[in-house]
Design a protein around this ligand. Structure first.
Ligand SMILES: NC(=O)c1ccc[n+]([C@@H]2O[C@H](COP(=O)([O-])OP(=O)(O)OC[C@H]3O[C@@H](n4cnc5c(N)ncnc54)[C@H](OP(=O)(O)O)[C@@H]3O)[C@@H](O)[C@H]2O)c1
Length: 319
């Protein structure tokens, strides 16, 4: 039975959440961090349920020692080819060498398996590594969760809050899969502790169309949010290709053009989840798109009220 989990990339946004969820379930956690990375001790030092091990991805014997004796290697690393393909290959080789029975790659994405070649760099890197994983003598499980719902209020510019519009490409009725970071982390911990997990576990905290999102925003704000056609997924893909050609830093993980490619994959339906199994580990209240938008609007209201109160009291802040 799985009880000891090595988490690579545990110092990252998703990694930390996964470690928290594993500890809730009484797992023994080993955090793998790169020498010089610097944050693992501050984040996890002093917790006797967590061991911290340092190893460079370019040092096979140190990596093998680092993963030895664990039941599953769970990756939550982030980056482009040097990380998703090269570092994960090194981690996989170490896991196989050390006889670790199971491996979970850093996927946490929409379904990258059927997307068109050249349409989404980050997804194709996952697909490339998945081929290595499929060929390795290890029990592998990928977690596919769609886009992080959290991004709807930040880095994914689909809702134009100020202009009261919701953008769509090609079809306002295309189903889009969303799961929050916390729900994804919870699922990753459950999968890590499940010796019988299949090759792919698909979950979606919510499945909505752009039309649903516009309706939800109208409902929550009491103001009509209209749908705005922003072109076809074909034109968006072409714009992403131009952005990619003009970009100066090929190693940036989430440049704007990659965000466009994410929308191409989602709005074309190519990356839609087909085998969602939210009940695999029993009933759970999944955070919906509405929940996330409601919380965001509530926060904005609080910030707005606080700044009008500050203005009313004549207080000024010098930055
Ligand atoms: N579905 C979605 O919408 C969505 C959105 C965002 C992210 N994601 C995915 O979620 C996963 C985790 O992302 P995150 O945002 O949590 O990542 P993150 O916070 O940027 O970092 C994850 C960790 O990766 C490790 N790392 C960084 N550079 C590395 C390198 N060159 N070689 C090896 N390890 C390196 C670091 O750990 P150490 O320094 O401790 O070694 C870092 O803490 C990624 O696969 C990402 O693509 C999905």
């Amino acid at each position: 039975m799985t009880s000891s989990v090595l988490v690579a990339g545990a110092t990252g946004d998703i990694g930390r959440r996964i470690v928290r969820e594993l500890l809730h379930r009484d797992a023994r956690v080993r955090v793998l961090t790169r020498p010089g990375s610097g944050t693992a001790a501050a984040l996890f030092g002093g917790d006797d349920r967590i061991d911290i091990v340092e190893a460079a991805y370019g040092d096979p014997s140190a990596l093998t020692t680092a993963v030895s004796g664990t039941d599953v290697v769970l990756s939550a690393v982030s980056g482009v080819r040097p990380v998703i393909v090269h570092a994960q290959r090194a981690l996989l080789a170490a896991a196989v060498d050390a006889g670790v029975p199971r491996f979970i790659p850093s996927d946490y994405s929409s379904d990258y398996r059927r997307i068109a070649v050249g349409s989404n760099r980050n997804f194709e890197l996952r697909r490339e590594f998945a081929a290595d994983l499929d060929a390795a003598p290890i029990h592998a499980t990928s977690i596919l969760n769609g886009a992080f719902t959290d991004m709807l209020t930040g880095t994914a510019p689909m809702i134009l809050f100020g202009r009261k519009k919701v953008l769509f490409w090609s079809s306002a009725d295309q189903v889009l899969d969303f799961t929050t970071k916390d729900d994804t982390a919870r699922m990753a911990a459950l999968v890590a502790l499940d010796d019988d997990a299949p090759r792919v576990v698909e979950v979606a905290g919510d499945r909505v169309t752009a039309r649903d999102v516009a309706r939800t925003m109208s409902d929550l704000t009491g103001t009509t949010f209209g749908l705005q056609w922003a072109g076809t997924t074909g034109t968006l893909g072409a714009m992403a290709a131009v952005g990619r050609r003009l970009s100066k830093n090929a190693d940036e993980t989430f440049p704007a053009w990659q965000g466009m490619q994410y929308f191409v994959s989602m709005f074309s339906g190519q990356a839609q989840l087909r085998h969602v199994d939210n009940a695999r580990y029993g009933e759970h209240r999944w955070t919906t798109v509405r929940d996330v938008l409601e919380a965001h609007l509530g926060n904005q209201l609080i910030v707005g009220t606080a700044s009008s109160a500050t203005r009313a009291s004549g207080t000024t802040t010098v930055a």
